[in-house]
Design a protein around this ligand. Structure first.
Ligand code: ATP
Ligand code: MG
Length: 593
């Protein structure tokens, strides 16, 4: 497969007859037509009396059939490795659940984790769910203030962390966190021999007080299970609450959108500090009884390709920011590795530029399948499926069971756009099981998301005549220039096609005649330097590709674009800096390189 000519909208049709396994979702239209949530739920085991517990579905129910199979395959930053079987994971999580209950923590109270990707984090997450506590992960690179803000807003009762993270980020805050009664430290190496800091417990010692055989608490589908904070791309992060019933969506999307099946080795590169790293880095794959690869180390292109090869990864879920970094590392590098076992590659978090899909087709031997969802939706809502042709740049079609539409707001009402191609807000019909049930301490904001029976996502998109959805931009980021509505994604994607461009962020700058002027910020690939000639060339390239009405009028080169901790380009910050406005909440900003 080669790149299409500039501007072409070609489809990638994959020859599935060469793949060993046929797709889980073979006939999309049929799956949608005969869909029922009751059937989706019946794919899980459930507990007596209609109870449903995420940890039971992810772990315990597998023990009789695959207790000796590896559930978690952990690779440390260094040489250490650890395999945890389903049986061991069931025992460890039971110990955690019963030990925490033994501390006097009540079901419904919040257990937080602030740790890198170590096995204990996974035990704490699943153990908390098993015990009926609400689990909330925190990204380990957060500084003390973001940690404090989340712990206090979420009323954390227990925190699982490490001695060094505790010392750097939590100890000084304890007085301001009256609800936090237990801090549990995961200690390794020399740390384990050092005295425990005052007011903390040792993770292993705590586990030893628990019982390895206690059953999962009989939570109801509507019992709160998870608390996730959004990425803070558009402003202050919001805390979204999710219930145990979400596991139905996690399982179903793992089946259809990620094509998971027995025998798979699955790798989700998102950190469990974010919703993707929990919904798909822990829960969904385990409900399918697959082996989950967990890599403690940070991004490194060679290491990643090496892991795909050595660990025999079959399904890989990653993000556009990682894909752009792999692209930056060059097209020749993946050719040095055997990636033939990788059956399916999917992505989420930001729009996946068409260039990235074409690049993957060449460099990795298959396209990347984009999926769209949000912290609020708890699971995948729109996806490209293995059995369906990919239109590079499209985020795919709604999951069976999910009704999505493009709507416009007017006078406090919304209307579904009847004409394909119209740009409007992406809306979902409530009723899918992983939908958030509130924003923490902000019921009003939660209610404002629902109008005329639709959940409004805040993202703009359009749908084509084949039912494929195309992301246009966040409602806040859309640019109005000389009467045109311009989505930053389209402009950024065109810039990314230029060989010098590694990353692009596009904003609107107020201008008296046009209303807004399109301005682009780019970071360059290795081997390219900023010069007026290059900037002129980029503008000319964009004009050829997009036409003068949509192309940027100005371009600036930055060493790197500002991004959230989860890797998303922060257009609001580019804009604030351009206009000299206050920069807003930067608590989740990635530090500059
Ligand atoms: P905040 O809500 O705090 O501003 P955020 O919206 O980035 O942050 P998340 O819930 O992590 O927080 O991200 C969801 C958003 O990410 C979506 O609403 C969308 O804007 C973007 N996104 C996710 N997947 C895709 C995709 N496949 N294509 C385009 N955008 C995507
Ligand atoms: Mg959001």
């Amino acid at each position: 497969m080669t790149s299409p000519p500039a501007g072409a909208r070609e489809w990638i049709r994959r020859d599935l007859s060469r793949d060993a396994a046929s797709p889980n979702l073979r006939d999309y239209d049929e799956a949608c037509a005969r869909f029922s949530w009751a059937e989706a739920r019946a794919r899980l085991t459930g507990l007596p009396g209609g109870a449903l517990n995420i940890a039971f579905e992810a772990v315990d129910r597998h023990v009789p059939v695959r207790g000796a199979q590896v559930a978690l395959r952990w690779r440390s930053r260094g040489e250490a490795r650890r395999d945890v079987t389903y049986r061991q994971l069931a025992q460890l999580t039971s110990r955690f659940a019963s030990a925490v209950a033994g501390l006097g923590v009540k079901p419904g109270e919040a257990v937080f984790a602030l740790a890198g990707r170590v096995p204990e984090l996974y035990v704490a997450a699943l153990g908390a769910l098993k015990g009926g506590f609400v689990f909330c992960p925190l990204f380990s690179a957060f500084g003390p203030e973001p940690v404090f803000a989340r712990l206090s807003r979420g009323e954390g009762r227990v925190l699982v962390t490490t001695p060094s993270l505790y010392e750097k980020k939590v100890r000084a805050l304890r007085e301001r966190l009256p609800a936090l009664s237990h801090v549990v430290l995961v200690r390794s190496g020399d740390e384990a021999r050092a005295p425990l800091p005052e007011g903390t417990l040792d993770f292993d010692a705590l586990l030893a007080t628990g019982r390895p055989d206690v059953a999962a608490v009989a939570t109801r589908p509507e019992t709160p299970a998870l608390m996730h904070f959004t990425s803070g791309t558009t402003g202050t992060p919001k805390g979204a609450l999710h219930v145990h019933g979400a596991v139905v969506q996690h399982h179903l999307t793992g089946l259809y959108a990620l094509d998971l099946r027995e025998g798979d080795v699955f790798w989700c590169t998102a950190d469990p500090g974010w919703v993707t790293g929990t919904s798909y880095g822990i829960i969904s794959p385990l409900t399918h009884g697959v082996t989950l690869l967990v890599d403690e180390a940070d991004f490194d292109a060679e290491r990643w390709y090496g892991l795909l090869e050595r660990e025999r990864v079959t399904v890989w879920y990653t993000a556009p920011t990682a894909v752009r970094m792999l692209m930056r590392a060059g097209e020749a590098l993946p050719g040095r590795f055997d990636l033939s076992r990788v059956r399916f590659i999917a992505s989420v978090g930001e729009p996946l530029n068409p260039e990235a899909v074409w690049w993957a087709s060449r460099a990795l031997g298959q396209p990347i399948y984009d999926t769209w969802w949000q912290t609020e939706t708890g699971g995948i809502m729109v996806a490209n499926y293995r059995a369906m042709p990919v239109k590079p740049g499209s985020m795919g079609r709604p999951m069976p069971g999910v009704t999505a539409a493009i709507v416009t707001r007017a006078g406090g009402r919304v209307q579904v756009s009847p004409v394909p191609g119209t740009v409007g807000e992406l809306a979902l019909a409530p009723g899918w099981p992983s939908m958030f049930t509130t924003y923490l301490h902000d019921e009003e904001r939660y209610r404002a998301c629902f109008v005329d029976g639709w959940y409004l996502s805040g993202d703009l998109a359009r749908v084509d005549a084949d039912g494929y959805f195309w992301f246009v931009g966040r409602a806040d980021d859309v640019i109005k220039s000389s009467g045109h509505l311009i989505g930053p994604f389209e402009v950024e994607s065109a810039l990314l096609e230029h060989p010098a461009v590694a990353e692009a962020g596009v904003i609107g700058v107020p201008e008296p005649v046009m209303g807004e002027l399109v301005k682009a910020f780019v970071a360059l690939k290795p081997g390219f330097d900023d010069s007026e000639a290059l900037r002129k060339e980029l503008l000319a390239h964009a004009r050829r590709r997009l036409g003068p009405a949509v192309a940027p009028r100005e371009v600036a080169v930055l060493p790197a674009l500002p991004r959230t901790r989860s890797g998303k380009i922060l257009r609001r910050l580019l804009k604030a800096r351009e206009l000299g406005l206050p920069e807003g909440d930067l608590s989740t900003l990635e530090p500059p390189p």
